[in-house]
Design a binder for this molecule. Structure first.
Ligand SMILES: C[S@@+](CC[C@H](N)C(=O)[O-])C[C@H]1O[C@@H](n2cnc3c(N)ncnc32)[C@H](O)[C@@H]1O
Length: 308
């Protein structure tokens, strides 16, 4: 079993803002669904569903009448996901229940499609969870996992950092790498494991493995007039105020120290992050902040082995 989430708030609480509604281009998801033949998927399972952002995006490209069950170990998210599904008029197709990814409460071969998004990056043993997802998949069914490599985000340029010193860039990358190492050492996942997914699926006997990148970005440029830009900027402002980075503020310090960073270094980093946050918000107010906001969000699809 996984350890319960260490923070006082339910898992991923800082990352369920409305900006998550803009994570996918729906025509692109529809293209991927066509390419993989999801028109034959009648029943699907979304593991680590959170408040249902991924389920609600995915169900739109599954055949009419198909059903999707979402599971999450946080009861609060399951309740919210069900409410949001009803509000979106999807209450008949989407249902949610509490369960751990490591011990899914379904018999072998129950689903045509089993999926997860930004979940394997948070578990101690992602290969064990993948094996459990394959267990509940019918032979030849689809496993679909959308997981990132977050470490590349530290190298993305914006109008306020593209002329910073090599030393500053290296300090940021070092900080993020140590946090990533610390999170892994604590058994709380790996923010960049997306790179390893195709190989793991091959090792588990999957076939027809393909890997693509989510093609959706939210580029920011003045006058930030598009709705998605406004929503994203509001989210960024909230993160800056609450000092949320790639991980929640209370977790970042813990991960950094567990990764081998020192308390003094952490204080320096915090000062730098606060400065960068203030500079970003000032540049937005002046209307001269811009960034394409690139990231690596892999979407890996594979067929379960024909027989177990
Ligand atoms: C970053 S959120 C992703 C939510 C959703 N998949 C989405 O993309 O919107 C990660 C979710 O995984 C859940 N989670 C983490 N570890 C889990 C586990 N071992 N079993 C079940 N759920 C888990 C968390 O509670 C959280 O809701």
């Amino acid at each position: 079993m996984t350890k319960p989430h260490a923070s006082s708030r339910p898992h991923s609480a800082e990352f369920f803002g409305d900006w998550r509604d803009y994570w996918w281009n729906h025509d692109y998801l529809a293209l991927l669904a066509r390419r993989w033949g999801f028109c034959r998927a009648r029943c699907a399972l979304d593991v680590g569903c959170g408040v249902g952002h991924w389920s609600r995006a995915l169900i739109k490209v599954l055949p009419a009448g198909s059903k999707l069950i979402g599971v999450d170990r946080e009861a609060k998210w399951v309740e919210l996901a069900a409410r949001r599904a009803r509000q979106a008029g999807l209450g008949r197709r989407l249902s949610y229940q509490t369960a751990a990814a490591e011990t899914l409460p379904f018999p072998d071969g129950s689903f045509d499609l089993v999926t997860c998004q930004t979940v394997l990056m948070h578990v101690r043993e992602p290969k064990l969870v993948l094996a459990e997802m394959l267990r509940v998949l019918r032979p030849g069914g689809w496993l679909l996992a959308a997981e990132p490599n977050n470490r590349v985000s530290g190298g993305v340029l914006s109008s306020i950092n593209h002329e910073e010193s090599v030393q500053t860039t290296l300090a940021r990358l070092r900080f993020e790498l140590l946090c990533e190492r610390g999170k892994r050492a604590l058994g709380l996942g790996d923010n960049s494991m997306g790179d390893l997914l195709p190989g793991w699926l091959a090792g588990l006997g999957c076939r027809d493995i393909s890997a693509s990148l989510n093609d959706k970005l939210i580029p920011l440029f003045p006058p930030y007039a598009a709705l998605e830009q406004k929503v994203f900027l509001k989210q960024i402002e909230d993160w800056i105020q609450r000092e949320v980075g790639i991980d929640a503020a209370d977790e970042t310090r813990r991960f950094f120290l567990a990764g081998g960073g020192s308390v003094r270094e952490f204080s320096e980093h915090r000062r730098r992050i606060r400065q960068e946050g203030r500079a970003l918000l000032a540049a937005v107010r002046k209307g001269d902040y811009h960034c394409a906001n690139g990231h690596l969000h892999y979407v890996v699809c594979a067929r379960a082995p024909k027989s177990r």
